[in-house]
Design a protein around this ligand. Structure first.
Ligand code: HEM
Length: 522
């Protein structure tokens, strides 16, 4: 399912394009962005470094540059340079105000579309349709209890098919195996049982994202005015478009059929296993321009983009983090699962909510290995002056250094140490409280002023509750049915950092064996 693509096929073209692009781009874009902002620039390797050198420095060293900027300008804004324009990095104290500026002025989705080069990757649909957001927020999240049994069934089948089942130690590649499991879990919720085992859908839902990131990582090496020239030369770009076409071929006939039945009043989703999925809810609720089978199929691909690799990254990192911790954490998590299972009559969505220690591990893992080191990304469609006088010009791309904030020793003591039960210890005194919301601010799925990986405020990730559920599901299963360890003489692999993104090595191997007796509660 997961192929590796050589990004560069016409190797001689690249040096020529780089040279032409950078010569022109340096002059143009410096004039465009630096002149408009008064904020200090961080990340120039030397005083008169041309823009392309600063862009390369950002591509290969972004995390350190952001950290340096944060250390130097903690309470004021600064700029970082990348090929697609300068970024204004705001100080933490502007978080509350930034998160309440209406999207018509500070747009999160224009920033996302800009980041993921929407015109080339198909992501520009999010500027026209917000259905992917509303459907997750209004339909999927309130129905997590309803879909939990189906997800558990899918997970059990995926474990049997994708992980080694031997009771002796066997090598496996966590990214590859868990990638397939994450794709199947997301598929069960997004496209439902009719398509969730379909190899074509699983291929699309995994490889569209892989190729999207290959395209943007490569394209961002070039100034924007060269993107339309460079793009057709990148195989990953063709693949992105191919996967969107393939998704339409696969899903459109079924969507068309259901829309027609829905229009005639002969079909509406019931509470059956078959109908409990995002695709069916969308068809039933969508109106106007979005009621187009091609748009709906495209939105399905965007939902796979939003959910598969984000949850995969968390699953793989949690596995590495708990394997690396030699303080009895794994046993403590197993004990928590068995005591929650023992205390409750059945195993349902509430049981996952009761796994406070596991929740704390997820949150700590995301603090140390987030998907991106920058967050609260906003594109300003008009100039704006913050209450403290910080002025952002029209057309500015603005964000917060969330990884630096969360790992600031003044906010998180000993931030370099993975302390799986850090949040659990803070929430524990409140857990006995009768108030259901008590301790909620320490949850993995709760954005707070110091935990910003899901965003913050109204535009925070609507899929975070689903993400929390399926990551916990995977760990309940793996902890109760398997033992795992690193290969001899190896340890926790480092994260791969490119631009502001953190990736996980796809080739890493570990050892896994199935326990003789399963204590899995589902
Ligand atoms: C650990 C996993 C995940 C992380 C870290 C994550 C993170 C984020 C972040 C940072 C945003 C942008 C928030 C902002 O604008 O400030 C976002 C948006 C979003 N996420 Fe997630 N997410 C995760 C999982 C999911 C899942 C599983 C789904 C779907 C079921 C999902 C669906 C979305 C959608 C629909 C948006 C809105 C995009 C837009 O505005 O166009 N996410 N997510």
């Amino acid at each position: 399912m997961m192929e590796s693509t050589p990004i560069i096929s016409l190797y001689w073209v690249w040096p020529v394009l780089l040279l032409v692009g950078y010569t022109a781009g340096t002059a143009m874009s410096r004039r465009l962005s630096e002149a408009r902002c008064v904020f200090p620039v961080v990340g120039k390797p030397f005083a008169f470094a041309p823009r392309f050198i600063s862009n390369l420095a950002f591509a290969f060293n972004a995390t350190n540059l952001i950290q340096q900027g944060y250390a130097k300008f903690k309470h004021e804004a600064f700029q970082l340079i990348r090929s697609t324009g300068n970024m204004i990095i705001l100080p933490h104290n502007l978080l509350e105000e930034l998160s309440t500026i209406p999207p018509t002025i500070a747009s999160p989705y224009k920033a996302l579309e800009h980041d993921l080069l929407g015109a080339y990757t198909g992501l520009d649909l999010i500027l026209e349709s917000r259905l992917h957001h509303t459907i997750v927020q209004r339909k999927l999240t309130p129905r997590l209890g309803l879909i939990t049994p189906g997800l558990q069934e899918e997970l059990a089948a995926a474990f049997d098919e994708e992980l080694p089942t031997s009771e002796d130690w066997r090598e496996f590649q966590p990214y590859q195996c868990i990638g397939k499991i994450a794709a199947r879990l997301s598929a069960r919720a997004i496209v439902g049982p009719a398509f969730c085992k379909d190899p074509t859908w699983l291929d699309i839902s995994f490889n569209y994202t892989e190729n999207l990131f290959r395209t943007i990582v490569f394209l961002r090496m070039f100034p924007p005015f060269l993107h339309s020239v460079v793009c057709p030369l990148i195989p990953a770009y063709w693949k992105c478009n191919y996967y969107i076409r393939l998704a339409k071929q696969l899903l459109v006939p079924r969507i068309r059929e259901l829309i027609s039945q829905n229009d005639k009043g002969t079909w509406a989703p019931k509470s059956t296993e078959e109908d409990t999925n995002v695709l069916h809810w969308m068809i039933d609720s969508v109106k106007g321009r979005d009621r187009d089978p091609h748009v709906l199929a495209h939105i399905e691909v965007l939902l796979a983009l939003a959910s598969v690799h984000t949850t995969l990254l968390r699953m793989v990192n949690v596995l590495y983090d708990i394997t690396a911790s030699n303080d009895g954490l794994v046993e403590e998590l197993r004990h928590e699962i068995s005591s929650v299972a023992g205390d409750s009559k059945g195993w349902d969505v509430a049981s996952y909510d009761a796994l406070h220690k596991l929740d704390s591990v997820l949150r700590e893992s995301q603090r140390m290995s987030p998907p991106t080191t920058l967050g609260l990304k906003r594109f300003f469609t008009e100039a704006y002056t913050f209450q403290d006088g910080t002025r952002v010009p029209k057309g500015a791309y603005v964000c917060l250094p969330i990884h630096a904030i969360e790992n600031d020793p003044e906010i998180t003591p000993n931030p370099e140490i993975f302390d799986g039960l850090r949040s659990y210890r803070m929430s524990k005194p409140m857990l006995t409280n009768q108030d259901k919301n008590s301790g909620k601010e320490y949850l993995f799925s709760s954005p707070t002023p110091i935990t910003l990986n899901f965003g913050y405020g109204k535009s925070a990730c609507p899929g975070r509750f689903f993400a929390s559920l399926i990551v916990k599901m995977v760990f309940v299963k793996i902890l109760t049915e398997h033992d795992f360890k690193f290969l001899p003489a190896t340890g926790r692999p480092s994260n791969l950092m490119v631009h502001e993104f953190l990736f996980s090595s796809p080739w890493q191997r570990m050892l896994l064996k199935k326990k003789k007796y399963s204590a899995c509660p589902f």
